[in-house]
Write a protein that binds this ligand. Structure first.
Ligand code: HEC
Length: 155
């Protein structure tokens, strides 16, 4: 009898501690809004600057246009980087996938020849060309940050 009560008390104490710890964890966790105050959610949130897109256009003309075309419509095997097919492929995907695709595989005749900053600049140009708005800040060249920005259809 004595031991049973004792055990119950211990159990109750353990449960109380667990509950208190859980509450403290929840309280310490930043809310969804405060965690990434600088992060934008989609390509509609002015995620690149016009200056960056200008630098990217020069890189695109020099390293990409011979295959993807001056108007980004695609040539032969090189797919379009604008228009319905482009949106079908990329809408819903994070910019980090787009970044990694270009950073790892493009230009396909010389993969890895662009710096990460140049890849971000080319992406800024592609965003501008596709009608997404520019803002004050450059697009980051880090996949961790780009994973928070998605291609989405016009809201
Ligand atoms: C020598 C030709 C060539 C060059 C230069 C080239 N690409 Fe490509 N690109 C391709 C081909 C072919 C594919 C499709 C097959 C593949 O992925 O290899 C492709 C695929 C892509 C894709 C994926 C498109 C999709 O919707 O699936 C992106 C994005 C891309 N290229 C961007 C670029 C960028 C940016 C540059 C310049 C830095 C570039 N490419 C330079 C030939 C090229």
């Amino acid at each position: 009898m004595q031991t049973l009560t004792h055990r119950k008390l211990l159990l109750a104490a353990a449960l109380t501690v667990t509950a208190a710890l859980t509450l403290m964890q929840v309280a310490a966790m930043p809310g969804p809004d405060s965690r990434h105050t600088l992060a934008a959610g989609s390509v509609w949130d002015s995620v690149y600057s016009l200056a960056q897109a200008g630098r990217g256009e020069a890189t695109f003309r020099a390293s990409c246009a011979n295959c993807h075309g001056d108007s980004l419509a695609g040539i032969n095997d090189a797919p379009p980087l604008t228009g319905a097919q482009f949106h079908k492929t990329w809408d819903g995907n994070a910019l980090s996938s787009f970044f990694n695709r270009i950073n790892n595989d493009m230009p396909s005749d010389n993969p890895g020849s662009l710096s990460k900053a140049q890849v971000a600049e080319v992406i800024a140009f592609l965003l501008k060309f596709n009608g997404y708005p520019a803002g004050q800040n450059d697009l980051a060249a880090t996949p961790e940050l780009l994973s928070q920005i998605r291609f989405l259809p016009k809201p």
